[in-house]
Design a protein around this ligand. Structure first.
Ligand SMILES: Cc1cc2nc3c(=O)[nH]c(=O)nc-3n(C[C@H](O)[C@H](O)[C@H](O)COP(=O)(O)O)c2cc1C
Length: 222
């Protein structure tokens, strides 16, 4: 394997916001998890645990989550960012605008942007959703380890042409998720990963995000 194989895989992956309904074979999902678990974690604690839905379980979850969002109050286990400023605000805006432009939501169209945001809670039509949790006692480092796992999951999935999207939006309704899936209060629900096969022609999948150059990432010393 060469670095350019890895580059190709990374370049092919993107967050999918419109899925076809076809299920991913269970053996392929197991293969994705088996690959993703190879990532490093502090003390090799491997804090990630997944609940993965398929078929009617996904449909029941999609419906219950949408109902919860309409009546419930967002309360994530892991505090959401308190703000995005400077370059982080710029990047956040430009990926938001790219999405809205792709789906035809004009700047200032609050109803249109809210409707697009709500698609998070129908899991963008994905046939599967993985709920990612970490032991509360492992704190931020457990979450950090799980971040590596989530990235590896998305790449392993991409290698099987399975499209993914990590979703913090779903985790914002953590009390509901604990109840719905019977996930103990000793675990932090970090995010969801909705996945399946991409509806490649859908406008929501018609844009790509960019990345800052290496010179903006590294401050060389010596
Ligand atoms: C931890 C995490 C949470 C995310 N939550 C959401 C989300 O709730 N809704 C959404 O549309 N995208 C979400 N994303 C996707 C990001 O917006 C996306 O990764 C970023 O814009 C870069 O685009 P790309 O994944 O297509 O390369 C999330 C990504 C990560 C890693």
């Amino acid at each position: 394997m060469t670095l350019s194989d890895l580059d190709d895989l990374l370049a092919a992956r993107h967050s999918c916001r419109a899925f076809r309904p076809d299920a991913v074979p269970r053996a392929d999902i197991e293969r994705i998890v088996a690959t993703a678990r190879r990532v490093p974690s502090w003390c090799n604690a491997q804090p990630w645990q997944l609940v993965i839905t398929s078929g009617p379980e996904t449909e029941a979850f999609r419906a219950a989550l949408t109902a919860e969002v309409q009546s419930g109050v967002a309360k994530p286990d892991l505090a959401f960012p308190t703000g995005y400023s400077g370059v982080y605000q710029d990047r956040r805006r430009s990926c938001g605008w790219a999405l809205y432009e792709a789906v035809g939501v004009e700047k200032g169209d609050r109803q249109g942007s809210a409707a697009q945001m709500m698609k998070n809670f129908s899991l963008f039509g994905a046939p599967h959703c993985a709920i990612v949790s970490s032991p509360a006692e492992l704190g931020g480092y457990g979450a950090m380890d799980c971040g590596g796992f989530v990235a590896a999951f998305t790449l392993a999935a991409q290698a099987l042409e399975v499209a993914t999207i990590p979703q913090a939006a779903v985790a914002s309704y953590a009390p509901f998720l604990h109840r719905h899936f019977g996930i103990g209060e000793d675990r932090l629900i970090l995010c969801a990963i909705s996945f399946g096969y991409s509806d490649t022609g859908h406008p929501a999948n018609g844009f790509r995000t960019d990345r800052a150059p290496v010179a903006e990432i590294v401050e060389w010393r010596g």
